[in-house]
Design a protein around this ligand. Structure first.
Ligand SMILES: Nc1ncnc2c1ncn2[C@@H]1O[C@H](COP(=O)(O)OP(=O)(O)OP(=O)(O)O)[C@@H](O)[C@H]1O
Length: 621
């Protein structure tokens, strides 16, 4: 008994949560668009009252016809007019509702998509690298076009169902109060078991998320142009397809089991309901037969019994369906309230943000950045990726960072760019803690080419202009930046010059080579008039001569700024004024090329290995 009571308590709590989420959704949509939501709700309320209004005018019409010979034709006619008015009114409400709902659906879908994208822009890099946040984002954004409206329309349907239910129940109470009680008891019996099945289904849905992600990834590998070449050459198609099929089949088996369980329970309760329903209708027929009830009233009560029972079920089913979608609502609300890990946005949200010192509000001119005993571990990792780093980058100095794969070079640069917040030690800008500045202004003074820079499937203008949006329409500035990155000739030869669509995703796209894309990304960074420029492995797509040319140019351009580049080529590193050698998150050597060669440490060894392999190649040739 205690067990059942506990179960009921749990289901009631879940029902309450459903209602709360419904109200939160109403509030959210109300804030998005009152113009369509208020009429939509009013129409739903009217729709709720229409069935009983129709029922009553029909009942009165039938009764008046059956006694027409007594009361005269005029009486029948007036009921008939009412009958017509209600039906015309119902039609009018239906048309108005289609118009309002169509618009509301589009507005909710658009606003929700924008809201989710807006929220994404406030998140930090660490959030995007967090698998569970990624899942959340994927789920809410994949379904944002239809799910919020679907939930709204379910809740609005429940509201109008409750109005129909109350009005039809009042009719029945006027006949025999206990009839409503019988219908209510039978309907509520089914809630408990259906809710239980739902809970099981939620859990399955929740547990399935990583597998969903995997199945999404399989389709991505199989259908994306950037992965196509490898899939083809390594003949991965059937392997990936089989993995995808297995995942889908696994989902199908579990879904089928739950569906069977649901159908068994529903069938049982449907039978029970039918027995009760026929008994009540039989009772009404009996009362008409013995002359207690008129024929129109018999029609009215039969309709009222069916309506009450249907609406009771409809409201329960609506709540069940809504609670099935609760997970989406929960994820959506959680996502919208997610605290960001982005240092810039966190700073904006601090209560003290409005009182940032005047120093912080002033625009920054970075002349020096120092790391003082900086250590950093990625979220969820036990060991540090960056360990007690002490280093200073100064204006007018170019710095090369070298080191083995995974030694922490890119991470160090991401810390410099203020992409992560939870580091230990301090990073100073011009001798002051960077956190004393408006971090957005600090970031604005940085130009970067990431290792995995973005190929924007847009025009060359956008690809370069994104470095400084204010200059998007200034062709001369864009071409100057392109010239520095030695991509100006390629752009000039494109069919529409700067306005040529790049990439292959859209019509008339012009595909560039890997090195050309990289030069475009370099032009993008150069367009930004920054104090700090960072190139993360410019060698990845450039041939050695091109890299050398580019770095010489970089060196020249950076004479009044801080220029940092990560490279694996010692021939490139030696061009820098200062070289940092990283190993296992630490800076183990630093100095000029000559100093490090004299030191005879790791750098000197790297130099020897690369120089001797080059000498061997020359000898062989
Ligand atoms: N987002 C991340 N989350 C967790 N660990 C990460 C993340 N990014 C990098 N790492 C780990 O941090 C370490 C340093 O990575 P980092 O990319 O900084 O190295 P790197 O020196 O730039 O390497 P490479 O020369 O291969 O580009 C690696 O062990 C890597 O696995």
């Amino acid at each position: 008994m205690n067990f059942i009571w506990k179960g009921c308590q749990h289901e009631l709590a879940s029902l309450w949560k459903t209602v709360r989420h419904g109200l939160q959704l109403f509030r959210l949509i109300f804030r998005m668009n009152k113009k369509y939501m208020i009429p939509s709700m009013m129409l739903h309320i009217i729709q709720g009252a229409v069935p009983v209004m129709t029922l009553m005018v029909t009942q009165n019409l039938l009764n008046s016809v059956s006694v027409g010979w007594k009361e005269g034709e005029y009486r029948v006619l007036s009921h008939f007019v009412w009958f017509i008015v209600i039906y015309v009114f119902k039609n009018f409400i239906d048309v108005a509702q289609s118009y309002v709902e169509g618009n509301l659906q589009a507005v909710i879908s658009n606003s929700m998509n924008v809201m989710i994208c807006e929220k994404s822009t406030t998140l930090g890099l660490a959030d995007f690298e967090n698998a569970s946040i990624n899942d959340q984002l994927k789920r809410v954004s994949q379904e944002s076009t239809y799910r919020p409206y679907q939930l709204y329309s379910q809740m609005a349907g429940i509201t109008s169902g409750i109005i129909t239910l109350i009005s039809s129940a009042i009719l029945l109470v006027l006949w025999k109060w206990w009839v409503v009680l019988v219908i209510f008891i039978i309907s509520t019996f089914s809630i408990y078991s259906i809710f239980k099945i739902n809970r099981e289904q939620f859990q399955i849905y929740l547990d399935r998320t990583p597998k969903y992600r995997e199945s999404w990834y399989m389709t991505y590998l199989l259908t994306n142009d950037s992965t196509f070449k490898e899939v083809k050459i390594f003949q991965l198609g059937s392997y990936l397809l089989n993995r995808y099929r297995d995942l889908l089949h696994g989902f199908f088996l579990v879904d089928r089991r739950i569906l069977l369980k649901r159908i068994r329970v529903t069938f049982l309760y449907d039978m029970l309901e039918m027995v009760a329903l026929f008994w009540l209708i039989g009772l009404a027929i009996h009362e008409t037969f013995i002359g207690v009830m008129m024929i129109g009233s018999l029609y009215g009560y039969i309709q009222a019994i069916m309506l009450t029972q249907n609406q009771m079920n409809g409201v329960i089913q609506g709540l069940v369906q809504f609670s099935q979608n609760n997970l989406y609502m929960e994820q959506l609300l959680l996502f919208l309230q997610l605290p960001t890990s982005d240092p810039v946005n966190r700073q904006k949200q601090l209560p003290s943000a409005t009182e940032l010192s005047c120093h912080a509000n002033a625009s920054v001119q970075i002349t020096q950045i120092s790391f003082n005993q900086v250590s950093f571990a990625y979220p969820g990792q036990d060991s540090d990726t960056i360990r007690e780093v002490d280093v200073t980058f100064k204006k007018g100095q170019t710095v090369a960072i070298v080191g083995k794969n995974g030694s922490g070079k890119s991470t160090l640069m991401k810390l410099l760019m203020q992409l992560y917040k939870d580091y230990r030690g301090t990073i100073q800008v011009n001798g002051r803690n960077v956190l004393d500045y408006d971090l957005q202004k600090v970031q604005e003074r940085m130009g970067v080419v990431f290792q995995d820079f973005v190929h924007y499937e847009m025009s060359a203008r956008h690809n370069i202009g994104f470095g400084s949006l204010a200059e998007l329409e200034q062709d001369e500035r864009l071409m100057d930046a392109a010239k520095v990155a030695a991509i100006d000739q390629v752009i000039a030869n494109l069919p529409n010059g700067l306005d040529t669509q790049l990439g292959k995703w859209f019509d008339e796209g012009h595909q560039l080579s890997g090195g050309q894309w990289q030069r475009i990304a370099i032009a993008r960074a150069i367009l930004r008039s920054a104090d700090v420029y960072i190139l993360d492995e410019p060698s990845s797509f450039l041939d050695p001569l091109a890299e050398r040319d580019l770095l010489q140019l970089f060196m020249h351009l950076m004479r009044d700024t801080i220029g940092i580049f990560i490279t694996h080529r010692i021939s490139s590193a030696r061009l820098a004024d200062q070289i940092l050698v990283m190993e296992d998150g630490r800076i183990i050597e630093q100095g000029s090329h000559a100093e490090l060669i004299r030191l005879g440490g790791v750098y000197a060894q790297m130099y020897q290995v690369q120089a001797s392999s080059f000498a061997e190649e020359v000898a062989v040739n």
